[in-house]
Design a protein around this ligand. Structure first.
Ligand code: GLV
Ligand code: MG
Length: 333
């Protein structure tokens, strides 16, 4: 008989690998557009963020704040991460964005998304302001998280310090459109390879750099938008690239993009089943058989296999996958 307690130790391990909620799909919704806000409530994204930055015209920013507070108070996104993107720190809007949103609806907010983070001081500024507002309004201190957008050369060069700048940080988010403009990349199609570059992937270094900083500080790594909203094959290709490296999710700009992105950032059923099998087999062999390396079918598994399996199992569980196969221990000798 198998001696493994199914309330396994891997659940605790999973918390250490993936302590955050899933962010496979993060929907951008202009804070100035009540129709889009209403529509977003019915979409199956893991996160929704109401935008006060680039999707809102300068003259509409102040009205958008009130709109966003009203929408947050109304709610309707149960089970999803709810964030607001404020304007970046070079503008005249940021401080009032944060104060109005958090004073008005901080109890309905999971995260503030800060764009164009160029160095750690941007995050420290937001952390301090959030703490002051939380203290003044009686919100739990440290309760509101931060997502930092890396979308210019300075941000990428400083990404390690940015990732370490606040315990509120939950995710680093690549902003490809602003980033491409910042470095002078010669294309207008966000996320696609610049013509003339040849065979390689022009984004590999950037994505890896962000991913390393995120992982070194236990943060999630999120890829930015794909603007060709009707080209779902293109989206699948671009999303597949960052998912393959290990990114946790990607922005979506349109309802039509949601299913593709959720699918691309979830493990396949086969990989999920396999990961759970590895965890159970490893648990059985180390605790019952007291062996550090063992066979699962034709596959040799050890502690490193367990760590890889934890990552896939955590993503599968967060995505709501259910197992379709069980580990059966070998008959006792
Ligand atoms: C998103 O903000 C981007 O610049 O791509
Ligand atoms: Mg941007």
């Amino acid at each position: 008989m198998c001696q493994i307690d199914p309330a396994d130790r891997s659940r605790e391990d999973i918390a250490s690998v993936e302590p955050m909620r899933a962010r496979r799909s993060c929907l951008a919704v202009p804070g100035s557009n009540p129709r889009f806000i209403e529509k977003s409530r019915g979409l199956a994204t893991d996160e929704i963020f109401l935008d006060l930055e680039d999707a809102v015209a300068p003259d509409a920013k102040e009205a958008a704040r009130k709109n966003v507070v009203g929408a947050l108070r109304e709610g309707g996104w149960t089970g999803r991460i709810v964030a607001v993107r404020v304007n970046d720190l070079t503008t005249r809007w940021t401080y009032r964005d944060v104060i109005e949103i958090v004073e008005g609806a901080g109890d309905r907010l999971d995260c503030v998304l800060l764009p164009k983070v160029a160095d750690a001081s941007h995050v420290v500024w937001l952390d301090t302001l959030l703490s002051q507002i939380e203290r003044a309004t009686g919100l739990p201190e440290g309760g509101i998280g931060i997502e930092a957008q890396i979308e210019n050369a300075a941000g990428l060069v400083n990404v390690d310090a940015i990732a370490a700048a606040s315990p509120r940080l939950e995710a680093l988010v690549f902003g490809p459109a602003d980033f491409m403009a910042s470095i002078g990349m010669r294309t207008l199609v966000v996320g696609e390879q610049p013509p003339g570059y040849g065979e390689g992937d022009a984004y590999h270094y950037v994505l890896m750099r962000i991913l390393m900083a995120a992982r070194a500080h236990d943060l999630q790594a999120i890829d930015g938008p794909y603007l060709q909203i009707r080209d779902l094959d293109g989206l699948r290709g671009v999303a597949g690239r960052s998912a393959a490296l290990g990114f946790d999710g990607k922005w979506v700009l349109h309802p039509g993009q949601v299913d593709v992105v959720n699918e691309v950032f979830s493990p396949s059923q086969r990989d999920y089943d396999h990961a759970e099998m590895i965890l159970e087999a490893y648990e059985y062999h180390t605790t019952v058989e007291k062996r550090g390396a063992a066979m699962l079918g034709d596959e040799m598994i050890d502690e490193a296999s367990r760590k890889m399996a934890l990552v896939v199992a955590a993503k599968g569980r967060a995505a709501g996958l259910a197992r379709t196969t069980d580990f059966v221990p070998p008959p006792s000798a």
